[in-house]
Design a protein around this ligand. Structure first.
Ligand code: ADP
Ligand code: MG
Length: 512
């Protein structure tokens, strides 16, 4: 049987689930016997070829924090580099090491893992999605698609429980926050919209607790608690431990061993809640924005589904209960449902694309699941049309694919060259809603060379499409010559912009 898997590549924890022959996903424990693997890496001090991943890395990082890497997902798609013994590691390569551990540990039990879907936060942009897929391909996984984490969680939820109505998925993990609204009727799920923040999660809460510890020590001894990176690594773990204790009890005690002496501190739930209030306020705003976009009021939401380890914080649950007037659902394991749902998504993808290669049991298990997803951002390009009032050219962002369009979707718009003899176009793919290029993300820029000696106003067809595997494709076609530029969303494709193309030049080169 062909192994189909879902991987939740989390900021703090990762998990892998395999579909059994009946189409039911099951978490594969790692060789340490754990169902979740910490997304942490440690390069051995004696031999950098020896790379520890998971709990071993968490434990070894106290020896030498410089040789440890965590929270890689926060840097996905950025030009972040970790240098170990002169070798530069990109976030994609580091993520591949984590995927390798998950793959090898699963293969020890089930045999070769063939097709996988890797989950990403709903608000991840194209560059981050592509970097995630590349991490899988680097280690020889056949990445058949990418699924948004809240969608994966809801897929698992809807296929294992009776669900009907408007469902809001509140996903607060270690590093990222997502809110997604969807319409569910049994096994038919239609995504309405998503919002999120890729730098908001449990690690911020840990840092908030750590600040409380540092402050307590400073107030008592008038000295700093943390003087080395090793201290920081140690007390980050202590802070996380306090945070978890506060989900069960009203207060947590710790001994601090600083340079001036030891100190016993007590952190109460109230102190903790006050410290994390700014982050929770930010999640409230994102929930509000999502409701507004879906044209819904809190009372229209039939179920709130919790996903992610940080939803265990009692203050998170209390706020949601107050806002929606009913208790959020905790019917599924908040740590495991993303990997489980990603496996279902992988099954659906293989079933759609290679139906002859899957077992009959799997077809029976997944056959009636229907998912309609949407594209999570608006995508456009920069052009320079003539302003009717002033008669001058103004640089503008023109949206081609609109946010929340059902997938798959494709849109084409025609633009025109500006000048006689124009031989280049500065092609930019943007992500965002604003017509002002200043307020949108430029996710790729390219120079598109055109034939010489032509009149102005040559048409250039711009086609954007978004497939059901959550990937975007952009095509620029010079109609007269038939020349085509396909945009590749790699980290490098943002490069030319970072160097900063001067505005005058951009305008000259722009499509009209
Ligand atoms: P990610 O997918 O981003 O790695 P997870 O969904 O696995 O995140 O959640 C991990 C986060 O949840 C960590 O920050 C962890 O400290 C936090 N967490 C786990 N259990 C608890 C708990 N009982 N109380 C508070 N936070 C918790
Ligand atoms: Mg997660």
């Amino acid at each position: 049987m062909r192994n189909i898997a879902g991987i939740d590549l989390g900021t703090t924890y990762s998990a892998l689930a395999i579909l059994n022959s009946l189409g039911k996903p099951q978490i594969m424990p790692n060789t340490d016997g754990e169902r979740l693997t910490p997304s942490a890496i440690f390069f051995d001090e004696e031999d950098a070829e020896v790379i520890r991943v998971g709990i071993e890395a968490i434990n070894s990082r106290h020896i030498n924090p410089d040789r440890a890497v965590r929270w890689i997902k926060r840097h996905m798609g950025e030009d972040f580099i970790k240098t170990i013994d002169g070798r530069d590691w990109t976030p994609t390569e580091l993520s591949a090491l984590i995927l390798m551990k998950l793959k090898q540990d699963a293969e020890n039990v089930t045999g070769k893992v063939h097709d996988v879907v890797i989950s990403v936060p709903a608000h991840f942009d194209e560059v981050r999605r592509k970097a995630t897929m590349e991490a899988g391909s680097l280690i020889g996984l056949n990445v058949v698609g990418i699924v948004n984490e809240p969608v994966a969680a809801a897929l698992y939820y809807a296929t294992s429980h009776e669900v009907n109505g408007k469902v809001l998925v509140y996903d607060l993990g270690g590093g990222t926050f997502d809110v997604t609204i969807m319409d569910v009727k049994g096994h038919q799920m239609d995504i309405v919209c998503s919002h999120g923040d890729h730098k908001l999660g449990g690690v911020d809460f840990d840092q908030a607790v750590l600040k409380l510890l540092e402050q307590a020590y400073r107030e008592h001894y008038n000295e700093e608690l943390l003087t080395t990176d090793e201290d920081r690594a140690k007390y980050e773990d202590e802070a996380e431990d306090i945070k978890r204790t506060l989900s069960r009890r009203p207060a947590a005690k710790k001994m601090l061993y600083g340079p001036a002496g030891s100190l016993k501190v007590e952190i109460t739930r109230e102190m903790f809640e006050e410290a994390i209030a700014p982050w929770l306020a930010r999640t409230d705003i994102l929930v509000e924005v999502a409701l507004e976009e879906a044209k819904l009021k809190p009372e229209d939401i039939d179920e709130v589904l919790l996903v992610g380890g940080s939803t265990r914080v009692p203050a998170v649950r209390a706020r949601l209960e107050k806002l929606f007037g009913h208790e959020p659902k905790t019917a599924v394991n908040v740590d495991e449902c993303v990997a489980l749902g990603a496996a279902i998504h992988a099954g659906l993808t293989v079933l759609r694309e290679n139906p002859d290669e899957v077992d009959a049991g799997l077809v029976g298990g997944l056959g009636d699941v229907q998912l309609t997803d949407v594209c999570n951002h608006s995508y456009g390009t920069i052009c320079a049309p003539i302003d009717r009032e002033s008669g001058r050219r103004v640089i503008q962002n023109r949206i081609i694919l609109k946010k929340n369009t059902s997938l798959p979707c494709e849109e084409t718009q025609t633009f025109y060259t500006m000048r006689e003899g124009q031989t280049e176009l500065a092609v930019t793919v943007t992500q965002g809603e604003d017509s002002d290029p200043e307020y949108v993300n430029k996710i790729a820029t390219y120079k598109f060379e055109l034939p010489p000696g032509r009149a102005a106003q040559q048409p250039v067809k711009v086609t954007y499409s978004y497939d059901v595997n959550q990937r975007m494709h952009c095509r620029f076609e010079d109609v007269e010559s038939g020349k085509v530029l396909e945009v590749d969303f790699s980290v490098d494709s943002q490069g030319n912009l970072k160097d900063g193309a001067p505005a005058e030049q951009m305008e000259e080169l722009k499509v009209n």
